[in-house]
Design a protein around this ligand. Structure first.
Ligand code: CP3
Length: 333
């Protein structure tokens, strides 16, 4: 059994597996080198030789328990025919949302457009050097994808006042996104992904009253779909206030928490396996602080199934030596 599955199924909770969100990325000089020669980020994700190589880069350096495939949640709108670009020092920039274009997309042309992602997963999952590791596939949650598709860039602190103005459009996009997310998940699993993580990075933007319609029920549909394929699913509804309610309704196999969550409180509130929590900024301090803060999470969750991770992605300015020290701290705990 792979390390994350042992903990998620509670077959063996005597250890804490570790992987880190955005472990394949800009804090690694070997990634920056490849990135420099590949200015188009989408094309880099669609180059299975390079994307599988980048996926494995952190596993060559650190004793991590999982590879997360180098791709992006925005491959979904890209596959649906919306323009997606990444601008330096700005982030994602999406083109105008064209419902006619999206309605013309069927499963065959969607898969044809992004199939190198699946080939990369296959390559990674067949790589014998990481035989005893998990291969994590992932998707953005319907709500977070809707935010990008309508807003066309990362939102600031709040959504624009007119975000919900075209309710019919929103409903239709959500249904379409859900349909293609299932296709995307199925193809990742068929090619070797043995865990799925659902990133809902912008769940925290919603008011409580809107959570059921935009977060709980669309995510529940996906979670049930992943479960039907016999693969564990981890949810990361970043910055929602009520993780307990989320878990009671959505029932993922494990829950990833952000760094605003009080670990002691969540331990009392939630029975399912927990992942993450540590503030990525702690990696920018010193080894002593890092050890102390990481140990805090390990201590609190010592009798609970716990996968070590951060409360959001590792920051680009992180020193790889600090990353290494964190992995060793967790492994030697
Ligand atoms: O190592 C891994 O975790 C796997 C790869 C991965 C990327 N994006 C690569 C990436 C994963 C899992 C993601 C998920 C993702 N993408 C999320 C959810 C997690 C989160 O951070 O909240 C979101 C919201 C996106 C959308 C996105 N992609 C943004 C906002 C940006 C720009 C800002 C940023 O953080 O870099 C990206 C670009 C991106 N995705 C990069 C990488 C390595 C940086 C690309 C570069 O080199 O410029």
């Amino acid at each position: 059994m792979k390390p994350l599955n042992k903990v998620i199924t509670r077959k063996d909770t005597s250890f804490n597996p570790i992987w880190i969100m955005r472990q394949a990325g800009r804090y690694l000089p070997e990634f920056r080198k490849i990135r420099k020669d590949n200015p188009n980020f989408i094309n880099l994700c669609l180059n299975e030789d390079l994307s599988s190589k980048i996926t494995l880069q952190p596993l060559r350096r650190f004793d991590l328990d999982a590879a997360i495939i180098f791709s992006d949640i925005l491959m979904l709108p890209y596959g649906l025919g919306q323009k997606v670009e990444f601008e330096k020092n700005f982030g994602p920039k999406l083109g105008e949302l064209n419902l006619n274009e999206i309605n013309k997309t069927d499963e065959i042309n969607f898969v044809r457009k992004i199939h190198p992602v699946y080939k990369a997963i296959k390559k990674v999952s067949l790589d014998t050097s990481i035989k005893n590791r998990n291969t994590i596939g992932f998707v953005g949650a319907p709500w977070t994808l809707l935010v990008y598709m309508i807003n066309q860039q990362s939102p600031k602190k709040n959504l624009k006042a007119d975000f919900f103005k075209d309710e019919l459009l929103i409903k239709r996009i959500l249904l379409t996104v859900e349909k293609f997310l299932k296709i995307h998940i199925k193809n990742q699993i068929e090619n070797g992904a043995n865990i799925i993580q659902i990133f809902d990075s912008w769940a925290g933007l919603l008011e409580e009253k809107d959570l059921p319609n935009y977060v709980y029920y669309p995510t529940l549909n996906l979670v049930n779909y992943v479960k039907s394929l016999n693969v564990p699913v981890i949810c990361f509804p970043r910055e929602i206030k009520n993780y307990k309610e989320f878990c009671n309704i959505v029932k993922p196999d494990a829950i990833s928490i952000d760094y605003n969550v009080d670990p002691k409180k969540i331990l009392r509130d939630i029975k399912i396996p927990i992942q993450g929590g540590l503030d990525p900024k702690i990696l920018l301090t010193d080894k002593e602080t890092l050890k102390k803060e990481a140990s805090k999470y390990l201590d609190i969750f010592k009798d609970h199934p716990y996968i070590f991770n951060l409360g959001h992605g590792v920051l680009p300015e992180t020193d790889p030596n600090m990353f290494d020290y964190l992995v060793k701290t967790v492994k030697n705990y």
